[in-house]
Design a protein around this ligand. Structure first.
Ligand SMILES: Cc1ncc(COP(=O)(O)O)c(C=O)c1O
Length: 446
């Protein structure tokens, strides 16, 4: 069998024992949606239907599914070097991957710390920042600034700096103590149905000055934002907003972290949001597209001076007491190397950039359909916001997701926002099909 032949895995005998993440377990198990194979732009459901992937799995399969060079790299590495310890030992692949990732990251972000997910990347980044300020002799810089509607994974650090109430509700008693939040940039009336970056809202970055005034710059370690907030429904930064955030951080010596777990690896038609928007962060968190989703992996990229400051603060011995058993795992590193080569060989970031105007026209053609209150897009991502049902936020969104799945289209839904982010290999005809299918679903939706 070649790597690209795909045989759908059978449905399991029991659904009961698995506790599913971020899922309405009881409802799902009564009416499951199971994917049994993936190839190119499509999944195959366990009942044998072809499902167009409108969200790159979960924003991660940027090169499309089942790509042969990635499959081969994983298989060969599993046979040759299944595992190598990462503490006080190394293996070539993680070093090679760090070199490639550093080449892709902007400016002097030239050191890379490997982890296994976006959540671990964020919590690692927050720890790196604290270690950095301590090494620089400013240990009182402990405060983090996140943003409302930010998603930074599910670690305690990530949910603390994140701005999603339900993700924190059960854990409020034990969140990180010194965290403030900027306002999100969404909901400005003039910005509805914007193509690309909205014109209004750069001033919202000035809230950082207010936080600095209230807390004192000398207490603030870092600001963390997603260049485009993905998980809360594709919130594109207003023109000038990120630039202003950067300028305020510079004025007060605050580290700026871009969480590029979704915006990285071509999603915006550039390697990262940093290049797309021309704004240079001090640190970046990535995951997902790093390995095309094929093996779990994340990373933190840091500017030269941050790495140097931390490692030079210790005369001898371990400089940073942090890491994971699977940091830079051989299979993940091999998948990452093959993925980055595939992105390069096929020019997928440029492809996404070229296709973006077509994508924009296509998604905005849904304007005026029932329930649609806003459409926004950038690169190869889009958010279609639906009006919530009275007293039942999220119900219409979930119905849309289920109806799309039944109609052969996989979308991601956050509350009542349909998020689209197809693999970067999507063809124009598939864009048309995606939009037609979603349009048909919206017309039929209660
Ligand atoms: C911006 C951002 N940060 C962090 C995460 C967490 O990543 P993971 O689910 O791999 O832990 C995500 C996941 O969607 C994300 O979008």
């Amino acid at each position: 069998m070649t790597a690209t032949e795909h045989v759908a895995i059978d449905a399991p005998a029991s659904l009961e024992e698995l506790w599913m993440p971020f899922t309405a377990n009881k409802a799902f198990k009564q009416s499951p949606r199971l994917l049994g194979a993936s190839h190119g732009m499509y999944y195959t459901s366990t009942d044998g239907r072809s499902i167009l992937d409108g969200c790159a799995g979960l924003w991660c399969v940027n090169a499309g599914h089942g790509r042969e060079p990635i499959v081969r790299a994983i298989a060969e590495t599993a046979a040759n070097l299944d595992f190598a310890p990462a503490f006080q030992m190394g293996h070539p692949l993680s070093f090679q991957l760090a070199t490639e990732v550093a080449k892709l990251m902007p400016g002097d972000i030239d050191h890379v710390f490997f982890v296994n997910s976006g959540s671990e990347a964020v919590d690692s980044a927050l720890k790196i920042v604290l270690a950095y300020w301590r090494a620089r002799g400013q240990p009182q810089r402990v405060r983090f600034v996140g943003r409302q509607r930010g998603y930074h994974g599910v670690g305690f650090g990530g949910i603390s700096v994140g701005g999603i109430a339900p993700n924190k509700a059960a854990f409020e008693a034990q969140l990180l103590p010194h965290v403030d939040h900027l306002p999100h940039t969404h909901g400005i009336n003039e910005n509805f149905h914007t193509r690309g970056q909205p014109a209004h809202g750069a001033h919202l970055a000035d809230e950082l000055e207010a936080i600095v005034a209230a807390r004192g710059a000398e207490t603030i370690a870092a600001v963390i934002v997603e260049p485009v907030a993905g998980s809360t429904g594709v919130l594109v930064p207003p023109v000038g907003y990120l630039e202003r955030l950067r300028a305020i951080c510079d004025r007060h010596g605050i580290v700026l972290i871009f969480d590029e777990v979704i915006t990285g690896f071509g999603r915006l038609g550039a390697p990262f949001g940093a290049q797309k928007f021309g704004v240079m962060p001090d640190m970046m968190t990535v995951a997902k597209g790093l390995t095309n989703g094929a093996v779990p992996m994340g990373a933190v990229g840091v500017r030269h001076a941050i790495y140097e400051t931390i490692v030079n603060a210790t005369a001898a011995g371990i400089e940073f007491f942090h890491g994971y058993t699977y940091s830079g795992h051989p299979l993940a590193s091999a998948a990452g190397l093959a993925t980055l080569k595939l992105y390069r060989d096929e020019g997928l970031f440029e492809r996404a950039n070229d296709l973006a105007p077509y994508w924009e026209d296509a998604v905005h053609s849904l304007r005026g359909l029932p329930h649609v209150i806003d459409i926004r897009n950038i690169g190869l991502m889009a958010g279609i916001e639906l009006e919530a049902r009275d007293g039942k936020p999220g119900a219409r969104g979930l119905d849309a997701l289920i109806a799309c799945f039944n109609a052969g289209l996989l979308v991601r839904v956050t509350a009542d926002i349909v998020a689209l982010s197809p693999p970067l290999i999507i063809e124009k005809g598939q864009v048309d099909h995606l939009v037609e299918t979603l349009g048909g679903v919206l017309k039929a939706l209660e």
